[in-house]
Write a protein that binds this ligand. Structure first.
Ligand SMILES: Nc1ncnc2c1ncn2[C@@H]1O[C@H](COP(=O)(O)OP(=O)(O)O)[C@@H](O)[C@H]1O
Ligand SMILES: [Mg+2]
Length: 260
């Protein structure tokens, strides 16, 4: 057994499409994630990132391959609640990922009730602590998702993931639907929470600019396969694959004509 928290080996996903044809969305993907580490997964839309993310989180069965947490491989036949608790998920669309009929308090209490046996008073204390963790005022507990901004909804999504006290959070493009300034606030929050809680992130994005500041290592995917992986600095400064180079070329540069 190696020292990695999460080990993925030879992961494959074949979707059976409606016409009956098979489509290999993820092919032979292998990587490791250490405790307290962030691995960025980057690739264009349709490259298989969400498929990998959902298989890792146990939300989608793998066609083949091994997913092991703490040296123990998950079986084929669905995960126990205790195993689900360990890997949580933050969704790309923060608003639609929240049940519109539940207040913030109940949205955050839901995973607390699912994963822990707590008396009601303790649930409310933990809800308040989680609101503070994600930078939302305490009185937001009685609001509905539609009364929150996109960024605030994503903070609730982060609080729900944290509530389970997972060792890994899969962040599937958690900032793609948000404005630039809100994006960077959410990234800062995630970084801070990692330092406080020691949680590991599998952080997915379609552009390298989001990945750079948060990832310790980066994995580049194209057409369901890994084309390159390495530590963040070497991926950015010495990309070996042409596709990675094209992603770096696509990073928007802020034009400051007055200073040129
Ligand atoms: N349920 C599904 N059935 C069939 N094909 C799917 C399904 N989900 C995703 N795909 C296909 O698998 C490929 C990878 O999708 P996805 O993992 O969502 O990529 P990404 O997250 O990188 O945009 C795409 O071509 C997509 O159309
Ligand atoms: Mg996706």
């Amino acid at each position: 057994m190696s020292g990695f928290l999460l080990e993925i080996a030879g992961l494959n996903k074949v979707y059976r499409t409606r016409g009956g044809a098979d489509f290999a969305a993820v092919r032979d993907v292998s990587f490791q994630l250490g405790a307290g580490e962030t691995l960025g997964i980057v690739g264009e839309s349709g490259s298989g990132k969400t498929t990998v993310a959902k298989m890792v989180a146990g939300m989608l069965p793998a066609t083949s391959g091994r997913i092991a947490l703490g040296g123990k491989a998950f079986g084929k036949s669905g995960r126990s609640r205790a195993d689900k608790k360990k890997i949580q998920y933050i969704f790309q669309d923060p608003v639609s990922s929240l049940n519109p009929r539940l207040k913030v308090r109940d949205l955050i209490a839901e995973p607390l009730k699912l994963y822990f046996k707590l008396p009601p008073g303790e649930i409310d204390k933990r809800v308040d602590a989680l609101l503070a963790d994600v930078g939302l005022p305490r009185d937001y507990r009685s609001r509905y998702p539609k009364e929150l901004s996109g960024g605030q909804c994503q903070r609730v999504g982060i609080a729900r993931a944290l509530a389970a006290e997972p060792s890994i959070i899969v962040c599937d493009e958690p900032t793609s639907a948000l404005d630039m300034t809100i994006q960077s606030q959410i990234l800062e929050l995630l970084k801070q929470l990692q330092l406080q809680k020691g949680v590991s992130y599998l952080f997915i994005a379609h552009g390298l600019e989001v990945i750079y500041s948060i990832s310790h290592r980066v994995l580049v995917m194209k057409d369901g396969e890994i084309v390159e992986q390495g530590d963040t600095r070497s991926i950015f400064h010495r990309p070996r694959h042409g596709y990675t180079q094209s992603l770096i070329g696509a990073i928007p540069r802020i034009p400051f004509p007055a200073f040129e």
